[in-house]
Write a protein that binds this ligand. Structure first.
Ligand SMILES: [Zn+2]
Length: 148
């Protein structure tokens, strides 16, 4: 196993670097690596397309895939609480789109419950949520259940 991706390594790196994007990128790399291991190295294509929307706290958030979002905004995804819109970079691998969706869902939970999470905490919780989703396996039935 690549030593870059051990649990101890990701813990150390999360605590060494302050910059959010470093943490997010590393979390994504780590989770994709674990997901690939779980699926016999077939991470690409193992994830279905994102749902069209998700509903949280009774409010429906549309999910929009945006071309070159990462290049324009230096982020894979964002959420607008007033427009109830989650934007995700269309060019990202599907697993990255799902991890980005998990991240924006944590922002929505934070917003609605007024938790005042900072970005690194949001990223870490989102990584845990993504890990949980990956463990369950995202199936067409599950996507239908969350409002595709
Ligand atoms: Zn964020």
């Amino acid at each position: 196993m690549d030593s870059k991706f051990t649990d101890a390594a990701i813990y150390n790196i999360q605590h060494r670097y302050a910059h959010d994007y470093d943490i997010i990128k590393l979390c994504d790399d780590y989770l994709l690596h674990k997901h690939a291991q779980r699926n016999g190295g077939a991470a690409k294509g193992a994830w279905p397309a994102l749902p069209k929307s998700v509903t949280l706290f009774g409010q429906e958030y549309q999910i929009e895939l945006v071309q070159e979002l990462a290049a324009a905004e230096n982020e894979y995804a964002n959420v607008n609480f007033y427009r109830h819109l989650i934007q995700i970079d269309a060019a990202c691998d599907l697993a990255v789109q799902w991890s980005s969706l998990c991240h924006e869902v944590v922002h929505i939970i934070d917003h609605h419950l007024m938790l005042s999470l900072d970005e690194p905490a949001t990223c870490r919780i989102a990584s845990g949520l993504f890990e949980f989703v990956a463990q369950l396996g995202v199936t067409a039935e599950l996507i239908e259940g969350i409002g595709c």
